[in-house]
Design a binder for this molecule. Structure first.
Ligand code: PLP
Length: 489
């Protein structure tokens, strides 16, 4: 399998292999990597996968994309990653060995509403599903290249902790994670700062999240420093992360159906469009997905696009702080991958439209006079629909799900359930992806239910564990000095 940039010019641009793009973010031309074509999965193959374990299925799917890794090695990596021990934080009664438990919430008048649990990993959010695999792949590839990697990132919560838990104790990898001092929830802070692994470095910056991001940019823009210190990232545009997420769409489908002619739909709480992009790829591979429903919170740039054909990004001043904070995103970093397919893989137009985003902040594919194209008319062919949920909807949905189905869902999943219920169809199961556990967003659970969310075993006294972090001013030079000191490079 070869990969190409969404903005490749000339006769297709330079093609690369999976291992070559594994440790990278953006392509050098500013585009995102995509496979030159999607591998297709036949009905027979799909049926043959019904008896596989999660790790077995992950191997079958990943080997189609990572064909330059020897199969025996890839199998060992998937077996080591997807274990009941790593994904043990399931609801009482659920079997951790299935990795992604699927629950039927409602089955009425031919309408079936299901919930797939993707947040049973170490940080209680779905990002563990891909990030743990990325950790295994990184460690493998760094060993093969006989080199090391120092991951530098900024976080306001979920991504940073998922990265740290995926990389802790791995050979050849250090993580330097910047977070705004005293601005994360007590739970999130404790999750990250209680890690005692010597390869994890938490840097609490006396500023806000944007200051942390600016420091990361400043450090990364010093190319000599970046090269000497072997600095890399684990952001959401990393291709391996996207592809590891494709696996659970297949898993959900196989668990929800009895034969491979049936169809299912998915609703996905969305922010950077990484999760649902994996659903799009699964559908392009031939998985019988009817609809892919994008659920947003009040930050609704994606809902706006899927309703109108206008993609208008917003700045941080226009981005609201909501009670589903991991979806507070107004520029969806993976959206370019879908637009590339929607435009028939015309990389010149993709490059032009996303350069226009930088200048003008929007593009319009509605086909109206003066618009930038008419491809919005084709969105339906890709199965996409969308909806939006607000704080009041979240509260109401958390209450409803507790009362009707006896389980507590988190705020992001509540956005998903709210939108899913508006898009259900008879005879097509609707699967909502559960992207986090309620315990992570206890403040809103308290507001909705008047009590605390249950915590999985082992998390009861998280905030009391000793914490380890370094406090720093908003100063890139000081961060650089700290990194150099710790790496010895
Ligand atoms: C990251 C995250 C999302 C958004 O996922 P994208 O891939 O950015 O669309 C939704 N819910 C939770 C809990 C998350 O952590």
């Amino acid at each position: 399998m070869q990969y190409i940039s969404t903005r490749a010019t000339g006769n297709g641009g330079e093609k690369r292999t999976f291992s070559q793009i594994l440790l990278e973010g953006l392509a050098p031309d500013g585009g995102l990597y995509m496979p030159v074509s999607y591998p297709s999965v036949s009905e027979q193959e799909l049926d043959a996968w019904r008896s596989l374990s999660y790790a077995g299925l992950a191997f079958e799917i990943l080997k189609k994309f990572a064909d330059d890794i020897p199969e025996a090695d890839l199998r060992a990596l998937t077996e080591k990653t997807y274990t009941a021990e790593v994904y043990k934080n399931v609801r009482p009664g659920d079997d951790a060995a299935v990795i992604t438990p699927l629950r039927t919430l409602e089955d009425k008048d031919g309408k079936k509403l299901m919930l797939m649990g993707l947040s049973n990993g170490p940080t209680l959010a779905f990002k563990d599903m891909a990030m743990q695999m990325l950790g295994s792949l990184f460690e493998y590839e760094l060993k093969r290249q006989d080199t090391e990697l120092n991951i530098l990132g900024a976080t306001s919560g979920d991504t940073g902790s998922a990265a740290e838990y995926a990389m802790r104790g791995r050979k050849g990898i250090r993580v330097f994670m910047l977070s705004p001092y005293q601005k994360m929830s007590a739970f999130q802070t404790a999750q990250m700062f209680s890690l005692q692994d010597p390869n994890i470095f938490n840097i609490a910056v006396k500023g806000v999240f944007d200051d942390c991001q600016d420091i990361v940019k400043a450090v990364s823009n010093d190319l000599a420093f970046k090269a000497r210190q072997k600095i890399g990232t684990v952001n959401s545009i990393n291709w391996a992360r996207v592809v590891a997420q494709v696996v659970y769409y297949f898993r959900a489908y196989l668990m929800a159906t009895g034969n491979s002619r049936q169809k299912v739909s998915f609703t996905v709480p969305s922010g950077n469009f990484g999760n649902i992009c994996a659903g799009h790829i699964a559908r392009m591979m031939g998985l019988p997905i009817d609809r892919l429903v994008v659920a947003t919170n009040e930050n609704d740039v994606l809902d706006e696009f899927f309703r109108t054909g206008v993609y208008r990004v917003r700045g941080s001043a226009e981005t609201l702080h909501t009670s589903s904070p991991s979806m507070d995103i107004s520029k969806a970093s993976n959206f370019e991958r879908f637009i590339y397919d929607l435009l028939g893989r015309d990389s010149q137009r993709v490059a032009q439209l996303f350069r226009q985003i930088e200048v003008k902040g929007s593009f319009d594919l509605s086909g109206r006079p003066g618009s930038d194209g008419d491809e919005f008319a084709k969105v339906g062919q890709f199965g996409f629909e969308s909806g939006k949920s607000t704080h009041a909807d979240r509260i109401q949905t958390i209450r409803f799900v507790e009362k009707a189905f006896g389980i507590t869902i988190d705020t992001h999943t509540a956005d998903g359930v709210k939108v899913a219920r508006e898009h259900q169809q008879a005879d097509v199961p609707m699967i909502v992806l559960e992207t986090a556990q309620a315990a992570k967003f206890n403040e809103t659970i308290n507001e909705a239910l008047g009590r605390d969310a249950d915590r999985p075993a082992g998390f009861e006294h998280l905030e009391e564990l000793p914490q380890r972090f370094t406090l720093m001013p908003v100063d890139a030079a000081e961060v650089k000095q700290y990194i150099a000191e710790k790496t010895g490079l």
